[in-house]
Design a protein around this ligand. Structure first.
Ligand code: 26Q
Length: 818
């Protein structure tokens, strides 16, 4: 047998698969079918499936080494991958074969799939975006490697106890992870702390040398990322921290066991847990250590293993572009400078010339409190050499600025990489912009606001550096896998499944919007997806919902700017209308929430509690039965998202204008045929432009109106005073009638709205509620509703992550498929 035969195995028949599955169970897992748990079966089927991934991975790897194209190295602290097995089966066309093969053994594939703990190595949008981009890069055959952190504990598992969020650790690795391979031989040693010394090299030059005071080993774990159709399999390389010494034998032998293992514990804590914060950047030492740990390991890995031996490192920009997913990996910029200058002997100017071409930076926020600033003290103690280099970069940069804007001292203060107030700190976004060849926002509006506001000085200084790449989502996971019913209808109608890798083809569905029989099939699929979600919530959460109501969905991280509270005000408005007039004609509605709150974000947790308490009152009120219900399943994650998105009819995208950088949930709902109620924020603007204003429920202040209202002195109470329904809604919440008589339950959340309302929920309330009334009117006409929903699907092709990746290739990376 040749290697080529080994790595080009044919697709099995169901019989062959079931045989191979039994073999894996017995010889791989060491158990027979009768006693095997779902986890055993999951492990066996995964190992079987990954053999196909390994084949393509090996084949492609050797091509890379031979042909040496320019590659993308995506640097991200988060990858919110979601379940792997289902995705791999679909990518290789094995899912139905596996279903049939397992059925022969009386094993249900869905039970096996359900045994997988999803890798939740991310908080929300930013982490999920990285996962979608890995999918597109592989599917499109673009040479790429993703670098990140192998957190032992991913995003916490959310439970509700007495209507409060309680976090439980996410032990996703407990049963072993069949999708990863450790490569200890590619370990990198990462230093921390210590001092910088001057040494004289062989040529007699004085050089700087960093002498760290401790070292942590970075062990890479390769996770295979299959492209759809099995064409290419890319690598996601996640770093795990390991102590360089098992434990200190000397101390151990002297009898101090505790001390002997302490060193090991201290090192390995580095990659223990994902920080569950997604918008406030706190200056924590461990967080900076994580960032440096994975950034430095990745840069050095690329130099050690990503270019041929004897490669002239001056040509690095021809071989690699490091894409920085927000500021979390920005410390990679001074790290590359350090490697070039201290380890390779380059002079400063040449090193800086190379470095600046090797990076590109994506910004994901507009919130000032989310911009990372690291205290200079912390930086000096943890990374003394990097702090020196940052000062040097700053000196060089401020010289450039000074010659561009002579005499303008204020601009120097504003653009400096180092801030003085409120504390001395390194502004990571500034470092990212200065050290990158390109800077992009994640939606048109966001990129414009970056240019006009957040990074205005920088875009005036280097306008050509700034660009936009609107986010995208992978149609494989968020349509083909999540919504098989609609996928099949689309394939039948278009006569091919090419849309899965060329989502623009969905425009071919437009004529079907006027086709009565297509509309009916579309409606039946939506109805079946709603029934499926109802079943899942019944078993998963003991929540009862009726598919005879409209599914009105708001799923995303809990944050004030996203305005879950505005949605709650609407729910209470409907509740009041129904209580005042029990015969009132309202559309039967189920409001579905999914949201995790950062554990330290008090207001967010109060909001969850309030929604749960009000929800439970409404759900237990017999007068509301069949009319109004609130469902808030715990632990919203990728898997649950895949059931919610296909079942949704109304998508809530109601952030205050100018706060949501893009949003990607909004795209998933559009693609799956929900109509959106939303503000002119983030990618909503582009969604509305593409699907047509008449097919989108727009409400609320736009960015300029928000600014005007802020400048004229926003008084939230004025909006209550002039709107009796809003006043009554707030009274109802404050009276305790919706919170089991507890009059203080709503105080924190609603009191804050009345006093400050920084995200102007009260200002947008009337427009929102009136817009919801329009939703009701349209829903009463199913033909019109479905026609608009179909047009949303047909016009959503632009939001494919394949298009986004193509934009990165054309505008930023200049790479070729391989
Ligand atoms: C930073 C420092 C310390 C601890 C945590 C963090 C941290 C971690 C995660 C800060 C931010 C995040 C995540 C941000 C995020 O998810 N942003 C979202 O990115 C999406 C993809 O571009 C956009 O669609 C969303 O609009 C944006 O909110």
């Amino acid at each position: 047998m040749t290697e080529t035969e080994l790595t080009h195995r044919p697709i099995p028949t169901p019989e062959q698969l079931s045989r191979a599955f039994l073999n894996e169970l017995i010889h791989g897992q060491g158990i027979d079918l009768r006693r095997a748990t779902d986890n055993d079966k999951y492990q066996a089927l995964s190992r079987l499936t990954r053999e196909y991934l390994m084949d393509n991975w090996i084949n492609r790897l050797s091509r890379h080494i031979d042909e040496a194209p320019k590659a993308v190295a995506y640097l991200s602290a988060e990858y919110l991958l979601g379940p792997q097995l289902d995705n791999a089966l679909v990518a290789f066309g094995l899912k139905e074969i596996a279903r049939d093969g397992l059925a022969e053994l009386d094993v249900d594939l869905d039970d096996v799939l359900a045994a997988e703990p999803e890798p939740g190595l991310g908080n929300g949008g930013l982490g999920r975006l990285a996962a979608c981009y890995m999918d597109s890069l592989a599917t499109m055959g673009i040479p790429a490697i993703g670098y990140g952190i192998r957190y032992e504990y991913g995003i916490f598992t959310q439970t509700f106890v007495d209507h409060k969020q309680v976090e439980v650790p996410d032990k996703w690795l407990q049963n072993g992870n069949p999708w990863e391979f450790a490569h200890t031989e590619m370990t990198q040693m990462i230093g921390f702390g210590g001092t910088v010394e001057e040494v004289v090299d062989d040529a007699g030059n004085t050089r700087k040398q960093w002498i760290p005071d401790h070292v942590v080993n970075a062990v890479p774990y390769n996770t295979l990322v299959p492209g759809y159709g099995g064409a290419a399999v890319n690598t996601l390389r996640l770093w795990s921290a390991q102590s360089p010494d098992e434990f200190n034998l000397e101390i151990f032998n002297a009898g101090d066991y505790q001390k002997a293992v302490q060193q090991q514990i201290d090192a390995e804590v580095l990659t223990k847990v994902l920080y569950p914060e997604d918008s406030t950047a706190q200056g924590k030492r461990l967080r900076l250590s994580q960032q440096y740990f994975f950034s430095a390991a990745s840069i050095r890995d690329l130099i050690d293993h990503g270019v041929p031996a004897n490669f002239d490192i001056r040509r690095l920009p021809e071989r690699v572009i490091f894409q920085l997913n927000d500021t979390h990996p920005v410390i990679a910029i001074p790290e590359l400078m350090r490697v070039l200058i201290d380890d390779h002997g380059f002079d400063w100017d040449e090193a800086w010339g190379i470095t600046r071409q090797c990076f590109a930076y994506t910004c994901h926020t507009l919130l000032p409190e989310a911009l990372e600033v690291w205290a200079v003290d912390l930086m000096e103690s943890l990374l003394p050499r990097h702090m020196e280099l940052i000062y040097e970069i700053n000196d060089w940069f401020l010289d450039e600025v000074a010659s561009a804007f002579p005499g303008d001292h204020d601009v120097l203060r504003r653009m400096s990489l180092v801030q003085e107030i409120p504390f001395r700190g390194v502004r990571m976004a500034h470092l990212a912009v200065v050290g990158s060849s390109k800077v992009n926002g994640v939606a048109e509006l966001h990129s414009q606001l970056l240019r006009d506001r957040v990074l205005n000085d920088f875009s005036a200084f280097e306008p050509e550096k700034f660009t936009n790449v609107t986010n995208g989502i992978t149609p494989r996971r968020f349509m083909r896998i999540a919504n098989p019913g609609l996928s099949e209808l689309i394939t039948d109608s278009l006569g091919s499944d090419e849309w899965v890798t060329n989502l623009d083809l969905l425009t071919g569905l437009e004529p079907f919007a006027d086709d009565e029989s297509f509309r009916q099939q579309f409606a039946q699929i939506k109805r079946a997806n709603k029934a499926a979600l109802a079943d899942i919530l019944a078993t998963r959460d003991g929540i009862d919902i009726s598919p005879d109501t409209i599914f009105d969905v708001m799923v995303k991280r809990l944050h004030e700017y996203k305005r879950q509270t505005l949605k709650l005000l609407h729910i209470v408005t409907l509740y009041r209308r129904l209580t005042e007039d029990p015969s009132a004609q309202v559309l039967p509605r189920t409001a579905i929430f999914g949201a995790k709150a950062a554990p330290g974000y008090w207001m967010a947790k109060e909001t969850i509690e309030l929604i749960l308490r009000v929800g439970s009152t409404i759900n237990n009120d017999p007068n509301m039965t069949g009319k109004l219900a609130v469902a808030f399943p715990a632990n919203y994650n990728v898997l649950l998202n895949e059931s919610i998105v296909p079942a949704a009819e109304l998508s809530e995208q109601i952030s205050m204008a100018g706060k949501e950088a893009s949003g990607t949930g909004n795209m998933k709902f559009t693609l799956n045929g929900a109509l959106t109620i939303g503000t002119l924020d983030g990618a909503n603007v582009e969604i509305r432009n593409l699907v047509g204003a008449e097919n989108f429920f727009l409400f609320g202040l736009d960015v300029d109106e928000v600014t005007d209202l802020q400048q004229s002195g926003y008084q939230p109470r004025a909006f209550v005073d002039k709107d009796p329904e809003l006043a009554a809604t707030i009274d109802a919440l404050m009276s305790g009638e919706l919170t089991e008589g507890d009059v203080s339950a709503a105080q924190a959340v609603i009191g804050h709205l009345l006093d400050q309302d920084p995200f102007m929920a009260l200002a947008d309330y009337r427009a929102y509620v009136d817009c919801q009334d329009e939703v009701e009117a349209l829903y009463a006409d199913p033909d019109e509703w479905n026609r608009k929903a179909i047009l949303n699907v047909a016009r959503a092709g632009y939001f494919s992550s394949d298009r986004a990746i193509q934009d990165y290739v054309d505008d930023i990376w200049h790479t070729q498929p391989n």
